[in-house]
Design a protein. Structure first.
Length: 413
């Protein structure tokens, strides 16, 4: 049964339908905008993370302890085949590949520079990264290559080399020996990351292992999952199984948050800036609702005076006002969630094309369209913030009605 107070509150809401509709529409707009903007933020983060991990790092990497900080050539995964057998049996793993790297001097006819030489599996690399699609000149490495290399665009410019030119590499092998070789530039890639394009050379992994005396070891086993949501489970499973390998206690499994701390910091900063915008939006909406409720009290002083004279105490008047505000808030939030879900779903299916940026985005492996990502989190956060703020806003008018004196209220115009 609906209580008499609820019936009275509902009728009071529609005594002034224009004011009530404007209040509800303000709540609808705030909720819709928050649901869409939060979904847009989470979608952009998903795209940013997905693009970054597929560019080079992968969702997970298996390394020896300390390699991530020191990049010491001696800190290697001695049995990559054993790790591969484990990955073949882990649910959620989409692809994996192996890499080895070492800092070296590289010389052309014109210049010398320090670079990171990375040995990759030419066949598997394309399944864990987009680097194979970023070749701007020449071609990528193939399985039969030995002394071939692909270099970053900025490095090729600094070294003044083009496909077909030769480079001399000089470094130190894993066993302390001198690692020296000559490679022919097969292709030039451009990732859009200046540091990577300026200081990286990719060569076939077997050739790297031979030149740098790796004895079959690698430095990174790069793992790409089917979904970002599976990363935590995969990490836990892989770590538990690797620990049972011989020498596995020296290996660690790092996820993308540990591999890409810059991305995590960028997301945190964007969340803070977004939070400031949302606070401003909610404050504006809150003052609008507060003004509406206060006007309702001023216009209904005589009504409250009559109710008080008939025996309605301050608590009941407060309850009446809170039911009115809660009713309008819930109606606005429900409509706002419905509208926000519809708008977000439309753009989640069709995407949002960024005018004039499609060529630039495609160049660096980014999608031409950005897609919001509707989730229970984006819906609940947006609706929850609006609900809390509007209910808090309604408390002041509700407490103000306690101070109404029946005698004076009855004399009000």
């Amino acid at each position: 049964m609906v209580s008499i107070d609820t019936k009275m509150a509902w009728r009071n809401i529609w005594r002034n339908p224009r004011r009530s509709i404007l209040t509800i529409m303000a709540i609808v707009f705030a909720t819709l905008l928050l649901v869409f903007m939060l979904s847009w933020q989470f979608g952009s983060y998903h795209t940013m993370i997905d693009t970054s991990v597929k560019m080079y790092t992968g969702h997970l990497q298996v390394q020896e302890k300390g390699y991530g900080e020191k990049k010491d050539i001696r800190l290697a995964v001695p049995d990559p085949e054993g790790v591969a057998r484990i990955l073949d049996g882990v649910t959620g793993v989409d692809a994996y590949s192996t890499r080895a790297s070492a800092f070296s001097l590289v010389s052309s006819r014109e210049r010398t520079s320090g670079v990171l030489v990375v040995g990759i599996d030419p066949v598997r690399e394309g399944s864990v990264s987009t680097i194979t699609k970023l070749i701007r000149k020449g071609s990528f490495l193939s399985s039969g290559d030995t002394n071939r290399a692909v270099v970053g665009a900025l490095l090729s410019k600094n070294m003044q080399v083009v496909p077909g030119d030769e480079l001399v590499l000089l470094g130190q092998g894993r066993d302390g020996s001198i690692a020296a070789t000559v490679v022919s530039v097969r292709g030039i890639f451009e990732s859009g990351q200046d540091e990577f394009d300026r200081g990286t050379i990719l060569i076939p992994l077997p050739f790297f292992q031979d030149v740098f005396s790796m004895n079959g070891a690698v430095h990174e086993v790069v793992v790409l999952g089917r979904s970002q949501d599976d990363v935590a489970t995969m990490k836990e499973t892989i770590a538990a199984r690797i620990a049972r390998l011989e020498g596995g206690e020296q290996l660690v499994v790092l996820d993308w948050m540990e591999l890409l701390p810059g991305i995590v910091q960028a997301i945190k900063m964007d969340l803070v800036s977004g939070f400031i915008f949302y606070v401003i939006l909610i404050v504006v909406v809150g003052f609008s609702i507060l003004n509406t409720f206060l006007m309702a009290i001023f216009e209904r002083k005589k009504e409250f005076g009559v109710l008080s004279a008939l025996g309605a105490g301050p608590k009941r008047l407060m309850k009446l006002l809170l039911i009115e505000s809660a009713s309008m808030t819930l109606v606005g939030i429900v409509l706002g969630i419905a509208g926000g879900c519809l708008v977000t779903w439309y753009f989640q299916v069709h995407g949002i094309l960024l005018p004039g940026a499609s060529d630039w985005l495609r160049m660096y492996g980014l999608p031409e369209r950005m897609f919001p990502r509707l989730s229970l989190l984006s819906i609940s956060i947006g609706a929850g913030i609006v609900l809390i703020i509007t209910l808090l806003t309604a408390l002041y008018p509700a407490f103000a009605v306690r101070r109404i004196e029946p005698a004076r209220a009855l004399k009000a115009a």
